[in-house]
Design a protein around this ligand. Sequence first.
Ligand code: HEC
Length: 199
Amino acid sequence: MRYLEKSFQTFTLFPLVLYKPNNYILRLMLTKNSPLLITAILMTGLLVVSASCTGGQSESESTSVTESVHQQAEQPDLPLIYHMSFISRYSKKLYFAGEAENWELADIYNHEIEEISEDIVTRGEVHDGINISELMDTMLLPQIEQIEEAIDSGDRKMFMDRYNVMIQTCNQCHAASDYGAVKVIVPETNPFNQDFSTD
Ligand code: HEC
């Protein structure tokens, strides 16, 4: 019975783990469609319980299946550079929104950068012995909080100063991660087909 409980927990949590890279979908399901999510979880749980009751697998076999599902779920999904490209993209958009004093939009991009960074922190990213997740936690996240303060106070000068410091931090982390060749700068011209102004 303990085993059943364990596999039930694993399989009910698994859809959540699967959705973790896409927090947006999870949030949508949780806020707008929680009955659907609960039904999906219950159905998955029921399937697992009935499979373990009728499957006739020995406990050790089933445990190894459960473990391999776990390992799969814990493995980093997309490579770091993919997430970094999004951080780069949103940090540019953040700049133009802040420059235009469009604080609502700036807040959106700052939060996106924060979410991606937090994901990198929790996924245990280690490259050639360098703990990228730890660097992310200690270097970039505090800068994001600083920028959030500037956005909340609607202070353009404070935003610009703190944005500059953040870009320096990006490059310091690239150097610390042995990727010093990647040098980012404060954007100069808007490369996006997007109007960042408030009206
Ligand atoms: C935790 C350290 C760290 C921080 C902080 C960091 N980066 Fe990175 N960045 C990396 C690493 C490591 C790579 C190389 C990833 C790879 O190739 O696997 C990278 C790659 C990149 C790339 C190359 C990908 C591309 O699309 O060209 C860009 C651009 C980039 N980072 C921008 C930024 C920006 C902008 C910030 C700050 C807002 C930032 N990074 C903050 C570690 C960091």
